[in-house]
Design a protein around this ligand. Structure first.
Ligand code: FMN
Length: 308
């Protein structure tokens, strides 16, 4: 019997449903699936209060770990043929619960020398988060063999509005009855089961060499070159804000919340003013940037990690 471990955290249940859809299609006579759900302590409440949402930014971006439930001994004591690792992006970075687990000794124990397939779900900006993920996995000597990214396919600014509605109301429905539903489409959630076949073949053959190529044939990753640029710029600016705000006090402290409010307005400005400017520059430099775009598309669709 082959052993698969699904590691996951999801506030809304969206990511867990997707992971379940994938593993439900694995041959249960040959593959045993175990689950470890990361539960942060204290919980991040959902729906979010606005202030707490933005106040989670510095610790998320600076990848500062916090407490979570340890895996049970029956999970820790097994050796896995594959780990399917589901995560979501917070502020262009793997979320706090995911980052906390990956920086722990439990991650070393569960992931060392183990093939890992990452499955990221988010609004649409996951490229630099996946680069951080690759580094976190490499630090615990895990072996990244596959990557799947599922996103909201609506245009960037529409999904900004609809995700805010979802995060602050807790309802994954059509905002004002006119906007599209936020998050991953029902169709993409259901059809995630298609990824089971190449994963199953690789596990049974114990050969992961072609797995990412096979996943890519199933549309596992789409690279949007404009979002690559925005994500890159966003990381430079977020780094300045996070390093500034972290010095202003603990989460929730009055002094820090004043800075968090400024950050919130800056974020709105960045989304509604800077991003459209980045888009114009992107269009103006479209032709000269062709070869850079092509090489980025290839690299970000792959599971390799560039040396810094
Ligand atoms: C605090 C916070 C920050 C987020 N930042 C991003 C982001 O930078 N990029 C993105 O594409 N999605 C972002 N999202 C959306 C999440 O990646 C995810 O799709 C959503 O929270 C659904 O969560 P779940 O997987 O916990 O159910 C953010 C969500 C939260 C709660």
């Amino acid at each position: 019997m082959k052993e698969v471990l699904v590691i996951h955290y999801s506030q809304t249940g969206q990511l867990t449903t997707i992971l379940n859809n994938v593993v439900a299609k694995l041959d249960s006579e040959k593959i045993n699936v175990s689950f470890y759900e990361i539960v942060p302590d204290p919980l991040f409440e959902f729906p979010w209060e606005k202030e707490k949402f933005y106040d989670a930014f510095p610790e998320t971006f600076l990848q500062i770990p916090s407490k979570f439930n340890p895996p049970k001994s029956e999970i820790l004591d097994k050796k896995y043929d594959l780990v399917l690792f589901g995560y979501q992006v917070w502020f262009l970075t793997p979320s706090i619960p995911i980052n906390s687990f990956l920086k722990s000794d439990f991650a070393k124990r569960l992931l060392k020398d183990t093939p890992v397939v990452t499955l990221v779900t988010c609004r649409n900006m996951w490229i630099q988060a996946q680069e951080k993920m690759k580094r976190l996995l490499s630090n615990v000597s895990a072996n990244l063999v596959g990557h799947i990214a599922l996103v909201d396919r609506h245009i960037n600014h529409i999904s900004v509005i609809t995700i805010a509605h979802w995060m602050f109301s807790g309802r994954k429905d059509r905002y004002l009855g006119i906007f599209p539903k936020p998050g991953i489409s029902d169709n993409d959630i259901a059809s995630a089961e298609k990824f089971a076949l190449p994963i199953e073949r690789a596990i049974l053959a114990n050969d992961f060499t072609d797995l990412q190529e096979n996943l890519l044939r199933l549309d596992a990753v789409r690279i949007n070159p404009f979002l690559v640029r925005t994500d890159e710029r966003g990381n430079v600016l977020f780094s300045k804000w996070a390093n500034l705000i972290i010095k202003k006090g603990k989460p929730g402290s009055a002094k820090r919340l004043k800075w968090i409010a400024l950050f919130k307005y800056y974020l709105l400005f960045a989304i509604w003013v800077i991003a459209p400017i980045v888009f114009v520059v992107f269009l103006l430099t479209y032709l000269p940037m062709t070869s850079k775009r092509n090489s980025e598309r290839k690299y970000y669709s792959s599971v390799s990690l560039k040396e810094n």
